[in-house]
Design a binder for this molecule. Structure first.
Ligand code: CUA
Length: 339
């Protein structure tokens, strides 16, 4: 009799476990990890999932068996037999969950500590978040500032993140970690990319009207390709320095996030959220303004003239507080840089 009970409970439990395992494995819950940190987070995820499936199977087995075996017969109105506590069972259902929760806490703490560890050999990238763009600056390469995050594979990178306005949050799904970027403090994140590819950088904290478009890309490259990219970016900066507007103009363009939304050949940017800045002269003509005055106005008061096909209220109005020097360099770069 007792044996028969056990067999039935185990059979239901195994069936429930099979369904849960199928749901866990067949649905792509998490993207394929692209960093060693993401691997550790994945491990914690699967560790917790395995425990959850085991508990789900046990609970389903007992519940289904009890519902079927002990249900009231149609004309049976009597009370069930009185039962008293079961000390052994109570100790078990206290001790086992306590042990499991402790195990999850330890595994999570180890993963967090390891993910926080910065190897001696690493590069540093300063990340700036603002409504509604990301910019990345590489102190190792004379402060090279760009709007897409490029990383060499297998080399740890320390992101030091600051916000210019409100709280944003840095997230690359394939790197798993999320980190808030908070005005007034510098937050950090360590990433060791292990898979080549281009991944989305997403702002995952509601930060205003343009929150949904506050996206860019993280590109993981071979060390050779990364070095070539750095060289190309530096050459671009040099060209801008030689041309009108100079380096400060390009730096302002990149560090204020312009490149995230606008295409502008002299800056090598290809954003399509806002109008293509290679055609500023045409827009100025349409707006009926001299080019320099038009560009200046469009930066400090972006809603004054909206180019056909674009929406008002998308470009932040925060650029009116740019220091005059930066604003002038930016206007000069936009109006005079060689294509
Ligand atoms: Cu920045 Cu949402």
């Amino acid at each position: 009799m007792r044996r028969g009970v056990l067999v039935r409970v185990v059979a239901v439990g195994l069936a429930a476990a099979a369904v849960a395992v199928a749901v866990a494995l067949l649905v792509p819950w998490l993207p394929t990890p692209a960093s060693t940190q993401a691997d550790r987070i994945d491990f914690v995820f699967w560790f917790v999932t395995a425990i959850s499936i085991a508990i789900f199977a046990l609970v389903s087995g007992v519940i289904v068996y009890a519902v079927v075996r002990f249900r009231a017969r149609p004309d049976d109105d009597s009370d069930g037999a009185p039962i008293h506590g079961n000390t052994g069972l109570e100790i078990a259902w206290t001790a086992v969950p306590a042990a499991l929760v402790t195990a999850i806490a330890v595994v999570s703490a180890v993963a967090l500590a390891e993910n926080d560890h910065l190897p001696k050999h690493h590069i540093r990238v300063n990340v700036t978040a603002q409504q509604f763009a990301w910019s990345f600056s590489y102190p190792k390469y004379k402060g090279l500032t760009v709007s897409t995050l490029h990383l060499p594979i297998h080399e740890a990178v320390e992101l030091k993140m600051q916000s210019k306005d409100v709280i944003h949050s840095f997230w690359v799904p394939q790197f798993s970690q999320k980190q808030d970027v908070v005005p007034g403090i510098t937050t950090r994140l360590v990433i060791t990319p292990k898979r080549l590819g281009t991944y989305p950088v997403v702002c995952t904290e509601l930060c205003g009207e343009g929150h949904a478009i506050m996206r860019t890309e993280a590109v993981v490259q071979t060390p050779t390709a990364f070095a070539a990219w750095v060289k190309a970016q530096q050459k671009l900066a040099e060209q801008a320095l030689g041309g009108a507007g100079g380096g400060p103009g390009l730096a302002a363009f990149n560090s204020n996030g312009c490149s995230a939304c606008h295409t502008f050949k002299p800056a090598g940017s290809t954003g399509t959220t806002g109008p293509d800045l290679d055609n500023l002269a045409t827009y100025a003509r349409r707006a009926g303004k001299p080019l320099v005055a038009f560009v200046h106005q469009s930066i400090v008061d972006p809603n004054a003239y909206i180019e056909k096909g674009y929406q008002p209220g998308i470009m932040p109005t925060t650029f009116k507080s740019l220091p005059k020097q930066q604003l002038d360099a930016l206007v000069q770069f936009l109006t005079e840089a060689k294509k």
